[in-house]
Design a binder for this molecule. Structure first.
Ligand code: NAD
Length: 292
């Protein structure tokens, strides 16, 4: 059987747009839908097809990939998606949403004869453009295997982590680590600046030692330049830290550092910076230090 599929992509934003383009490049027949039409036109210019509604996009698709901001957005399209997708179609939700919502949607899909996996991603816009995302997949072994040819076109590390919803649990842990690491890098950069040390030289040597990490590699240059073009918006990371905080509470797990970072991300957003990249946590450190 050919590995080429008709793939409907719902949500063509920072992540969904380049993921759809990579699916086209891999030879899939891609039909995209986005709330704002110009994103659909961009996909058509890259060789995909455009749809005017969720129903139009999913009718006749073998695979439906959703890449939407938050749980209510995915729940909002679920009705039309499940009513119009053909029985046996596979729904891959790559959005970052609440694990309990992912598990519930999986149940609703199964009832309608639609297979579903939760497949949130990590790697940011650069990973989406390069097709090198890390993808944490929850669902049955059969459904995850069925999703693999499509996921291979957008990611390079694809791991089945457990039953429905567990991909989202792993993604929540990912977001906890990323937020905490950005905060520490932000504090280190402001600290280095305050001592008049050359931040670029400092980052070069820090990146080679035990303090080395992907945030230093991918975000420090922008943070040093004060360039907070998203990337990953503060609004979205605030949403994710809400997911982490409530899921940790449900499990009775203490995440004291995570809770502080969640508060800091919320404060950054409350100060009007929700549409900046999450590396703008540096701005808040500067403000708290009386430097802005
Ligand atoms: P985005 O806001 O850039 O894209 C979302 C897109 O969905 C927008 O184009 C919007 O118009 C569209 N949309 C919203 N509601 C819709 C609806 N009902 N029907 C059709 N289209 C609709 O967000 P993004 O950065 O691409 O993030 C998408 C998801 O991926 C989020 O859950 C986010 O947490 C996750 N994520 C983002 C990154 C990143 O670096 N940006 C990395 C990993 C995971």
């Amino acid at each position: 059987m050919s590995e080429q599929r008709t793939v409907a992509v719902i949500g063509l934003g920072i992540m969904g747009g380049p993921m759809a383009a990579n699916l086209v490049r891999a030879g899939h027949d891609v039909i995209g839908y986005n709330r704002s039409r110009e994103k659909v036109d961009a996909l058509v210019a890259q060789g995909g097809r455009g749809a005017g509604s969720v129903a139009e996009a999913v009718t006749g698709a073998d695979v439906v990939l959703t890449m939407l901001p938050d749980s209510p957005d995915v729940e909002g399209v679920a009705g039309d998606l499940l009513a119009n997708a053909r029985p046996g179609a596979l729904w891959i939700d790559a959005s970052t949403i609440r694990p309990d919502v992912a598990a519930r949607l999986n149940g609703a899909a199964t009832e309608r004869g639609i297979r579903m996996v939760d497949a949130p991603v990590s790697g940011g816009e650069a990973g989406a453009v390069e097709g090198s995302l890390s993808i944490m997949v929850g669902g049955t072994a059969e459904d995850v295997e069925a999703a693999r040819p499509v996921l291979d076109a957008v990611g390079s590390t694809i791991v089945h982590v457990g039953p429905a919803g567990s991909g989202q649990t792993v993604k929540a842990a990912n977001q906890l680590i990323v937020a905490g690491t950005i905060q520490l890098v932000a504090e280190a950069l402001v600290f280095l600046d305050a001592h008049g040390v050359d931040a670029e030289a400092a980052v070069e040597v820090l990146a080679g030692g035990l303090a080395g990490n992907r945030i230093l590699d991918r975000k420090a240059a922008g943070m040093i330049a004060g360039d907070y073009t998203p990337g990953f918006r503060v609004d979205l990371h605030h949403k994710d830290l809400g997911i982490v905080t409530s899921a940790a509470r449900e499990a009775g797990v203490a995440i004291p550092l995570g809770a502080v970072v969640a508060q800091l991300m919320g404060a950054l957003r409350a100060r009007g910076h929700g549409s900046l990249d999450h590396s703008a946590l540096r701005l808040l450190v500067e403000e708290l230090s009386g430097l802005k």
